[in-house]
Write a protein that binds this ligand. Structure first.
Ligand SMILES: C=CC1=C(C)c2cc3[nH]c(cc4nc(cc5[nH]c(cc1n2)c(C)c5CCC(=O)O)C(CCC(=O)O)=C4C)c(C)c3C=C
Ligand code: FE2
Length: 416
């Protein structure tokens, strides 16, 4: 079928009624952490609308589908804005557990929703949207709107980045407790973008590697260690305000209340790791493998005894241990909200080894004073470096949340 470009085609995919905005009333009564909806609210639904986008400080779900898009050549600023309106409407519907359109499909045209999530619950789906530095070139007249914080992540020592897996004009992070629900969200947004934006890269993740709520148990990463212990929790609104949400001091008002996300695909050299002795593995992280307790402490959430020394006078937490080099206490207070996922993309055909690791995701109010200095330090001397390779990098500005009223849409302020 010849591809028709532009809004009229996407309106046809959605159906006119599908543009009306979904489930706002239902969602308005719903808790935004996906764990304790008020009585009578639909189960497994995380509120889409609100001052901040869901999928940042809301409870981390089990599955990830993360996609980056490039806007197609010749697309105008108005067409880009139309896409964001349509995406926002479709995302709000899917987050409510509804199909992308409530218009019945006609037998002689493609179904309006691809269908694989029909009958499934919303599975706490969150869909989070961001814009990359490349969107602010000369194509859309947005260059004066680029926040200083949206500066490309500089090259780091040891980087082995694959350009096709990084960067992008736009991003969609879909997280859910059902992989099919997360996949369905990205697939349908990609479909609605036909003629306006193309997929640049796509990463699936399984198994969260963080906790973002104190109600959650700490999960384990593919190296077998508890991951996410010392993360910002959503209950700690003071830390979120200080370290994650963009404040009034921003140079771009449209980003106030938003945040910035850095993604890194970090491959783990699991065959080498699995041959390493337990004591060495624990020295690499500075924590016990079984309990997650810091070395020199008793239980997982004990304070990390960075100053402790053994009888031999050596530091109990080694100088090159990951948690020493990443800790806010040794980085001038820099604190990230980590929300990453384990991934596997099968076998590396060149080596026959597993292509698996951590799809690292971190939110912060300014990457120049967040991820960048911490990663620079880790890249220089982290003991973990022997067992990992950074293979992709991307940065996106995540605008504030969308209001349920007034025809609001993702990044509306960017076009004001
Ligand atoms: C630039 C930031 C970070 C990268 C990149 C990173 C990669 C990475 N981390 C683990 C596993 C663990 N990380 C842990 C703690 C931890 N990591 C970072 C930052 C980066 N990690 C921070 C800020 C912290 C918290 C430090 C602290 O305050 O104590 C832990 C310990 C448990 C925890 O607190 O979460 C583990 C385990 C891997 C496997 C990895 C790359 C593949
Ligand atoms: Fe880490």
């Amino acid at each position: 079928m010849a591809e028709q470009r532009g809004l009229s085609r996407r309106r046809a995919l959605l159906g006119a009624a599908g543009l009306a905005g979904a489930g706002a009333a239902t969602l308005a009564s719903c808790s935004d952490d996906g764990s304790k909806p008020p009585a009578g609210a639909p189960r497994d639904v995380v509120a889409f609308h609100g001052p901040q986008q869901a999928g940042v400080s809301t409870a981390a779900q089990d599955r990830l589908a993360f996609a980056a898009f490039d806007v197609s050549a010749g697309v105008t600023r108005d067409e880009l804005r139309d896409l964001l309106r349509i995406w926002t409407d479709a995302a709000s519907r899917m987050a409510a557990g509804e199909p992308v359109s409530d218009v019945e499909s006609a037998p002689q045209s493609p179904p309006r929703d691809t269908g694989e999530a029909l009958g499934l619950s919303a599975a706490n789906l969150t869909i989070t949207f961001g814009v990359g530095p490349s969107l602010f070139d000369d194509r859309f007249g947005l260059s004066a709107r680029r926040p200083a914080a949206l500066a490309d992540i500089p090259a780091m020592p040891r980087d082995e980045l694959e350009p096709d897996r990084g960067g992008g004009d736009l991003c969609i992070q879909a997280c859910a407790d059902d992989p099919q629900v997360a996949f369905h969200a990205v697939r349908n947004l990609r479909r609605l973008a036909q003629g306006t934006a193309v997929l640049r890269w796509f990463q699936l993740g399984f198994g969260r590697t963080s906790t973002t709520s104190s109600a959650q148990q700490t999960p384990r990463n593919l190296m077998g260690f508890k991951d996410g212990t010392n993360n910002i929790k959503r209950e700690d609104t003071k830390s979120l305000a200080t370290h994650v949400w963009v404040g009034p001091d921003t140079d771009q008002a449209w980003m106030r209340g938003g945040t910035y996300v850095v993604t890194r695909r970090i491959r783990m050299l699991l065959e080498a790791w699995d041959r390493d002795f337990l004591a060495d593995q624990e020295d690499v992280f500075g924590r016990r493998k079984d309990t997650g307790a810091p070395l020199g402490a008793e239980t997982e959430f004990d304070p990390v005894p960075l100053a402790a020394k053994g009888e031999d006078g050596a530091q109990v937490i080694p100088a090159d241990a990951h948690i020493r080099l990443a800790a806010p206490a040794t980085n001038g207070g820099i604190t990230l909200l980590r929300r990453g996922y384990s991934y596997t993309d099968g076998v590396d055909q060149q080596t026959g080894q597993l292509d698996a690791g951590l799809f690292f995701i971190a939110f912060q109010r300014d990457p120049r004073t967040g991820f960048v200095p911490v990663q620079r330090r880790l890249a220089q001397s982290d003991a973990l470096n022997e067992y990992i390779r950074h293979t992709s990098s991307a940065l996106f500005a995540v605008p504030p949340g969308v209001s349920a009223t007034g025809g609001d849409y993702w990044a509306r302020g960017l076009f004001a």
